[in-house]
Design a protein. Structure first.
Ligand SMILES: NC(=O)c1ccc[n+]([C@@H]2O[C@H](COP(=O)([O-])OP(=O)(O)OC[C@H]3O[C@@H](n4cnc5c(N)ncnc54)[C@H](OP(=O)(O)O)[C@@H]3O)[C@@H](O)[C@H]2O)c1
Length: 216
C-alpha cells in the first residue's frame, strides 16, 4: 500500500478513483482548483491547477491523472485556444506531472501512473476533434511512459465510456443506448479498474476500456 495523488479527485470519476484506492488501503490526496469541492470530498487535498506548475511528489507512490474538461467545437468554430486548452490539461499536464513523479517519487519500491483517457481516444463524433485528439495523445503518452519508466514505474490508461458527472450532465442520459450493457458507467466502475491497474505488478502499457461495450 502507498500514497496516491489523484488529480481531479474532488468530484466525478476522480472521486470514485479516490474512494477505490482508499478502500484498497492507500492514503489518498486529491487535487483540484476549487477548494470547496476538495473539502467536501473528505480526502486530504492540494489546491492546484495542473496546467500551471508541478506538484509536490515526494512520498507519492501512485499518480492518477484524471483532471480534465470537455469543450465541443465543430470544425468551423475551432480556435487555437480551444485546441491548446484541451491539450494543456489532458496531455501537457499529465506529461509534466509524470516527469516530476518519476524524478521525485517512489525512490523505494514500485510506483504507478494511471491516466484517465476516454473511449473518445479511439472513436469520435461531431464537435469532439480536439478532445478526441488530446485523449488519443494521452494514450500514446501512456505507452511511452510504460517503456521509458520500466521497471521502476508502471503506466496504464483507462478508457471510460459515458459516466454521468458534472462534465456530461443531463446529456449522459441520452447516451445510454451507446452501451450494449444498457447502463452508463459510474465513478466507482472506473475506480475499481484503477485499483486493479495499481495493484497488478505485471500490467503496464495497458489501455483498459471500462465502457459497457461501447467500443464494440
Ligand atoms: N464523464 C465521462 O463520461 C468521461 C468519459 C471519459 C473520460 N472522462 C474523463 O474523466 C476525467 C474526469 O471527468 P469527470 O467526468 O469526472 O468530470 P468532473 O466531475 O467535471 O471532474 C473533473 C475534475 O477535474 C478537475 N480539474 C479540471 N481541470 C483542472 C485543472 N486544470 N487543474 C486541476 N484540476 C482540474 C475539476 O476540479 P476543479 O474544477 O475544481 O479544478 C474536477 O474535479 C476527465 O479527464 C474526463 O475527460 C470522463
Amino acid at each position: 500500500m502507498g500514497r496516491a495523488l489523484v488529480t481531479g479527485g474532488g468530484s466525478g470519476i476522480g472521486l470514485g478513483i479516490a474512494r477505490a484506492l482508499r478502500d484498497a488501503g492507500h492514503e489518498v490526496t486529491v487535487v483540484g482548483r476549487r477548494e470547496e469541492v476538495l473539502v467536501a470530498s473528505g480526502f486530504d487535498y492540494t489546491v492546484a491547477d495542473v496546467t500551471s506548475g508541478s506538484l509536490h511528489m515526494v512520498g507519492v507512490d501512485h499518480l492518477v491523472n484524471c483532471a480534465g474538461h470537455l469543450e465541443m467545437a465543430p470544425v468551423g468554430e475551432w480556435t487555437a485556444e480551444v485546441w491548446r486548452r484541451l491539450h494543456e490539461v489532458h496531455v501537457v499536464a499529465p506529461a509534466m506531472l509524470a516527469q516530476a513523479f518519476a524524478a521525485q517519487a517512489c525512490q523505494v519500491g514500485e510506483g504507478t501512473i494511471t491516466n484517465i483517457a476516454s473511449t473518445l481516444a479511439v472513436r469520435t463524433d461531431h464537435g469532439l476533434a480536439a478532445y478526441s485528439a488530446a485523449k488519443a495523445a494521452l494514450v500514446s503518452l501512456t505507452r511511452s511512459l510504460a517503456i521509458e519508466l520500466a521497471p521502476r514505474i508502471r503506466a496504464n490508461a483507462v478508457l471510460p465510456g459515458v459516466v454521468k458527472t458534472a462534465m456530461t450532465g443531463s446529456r449522459a442520459d441520452d447516451l445510454v443506448g451507446l452501451h450494449p450493457l444498457g447502463r452508463l458507467g459510474t465513478p466507482d466502475d472506473i475506480g475499481q479498474a484503477v485499483a486493479y491497474l495499481v495493484a497488478n505488478a505485471q500490467v503496464t502499457g495497458e489501455v483498459l476500456s471500462v465502457d459497457g461495450g461501447l467500443l464494440l
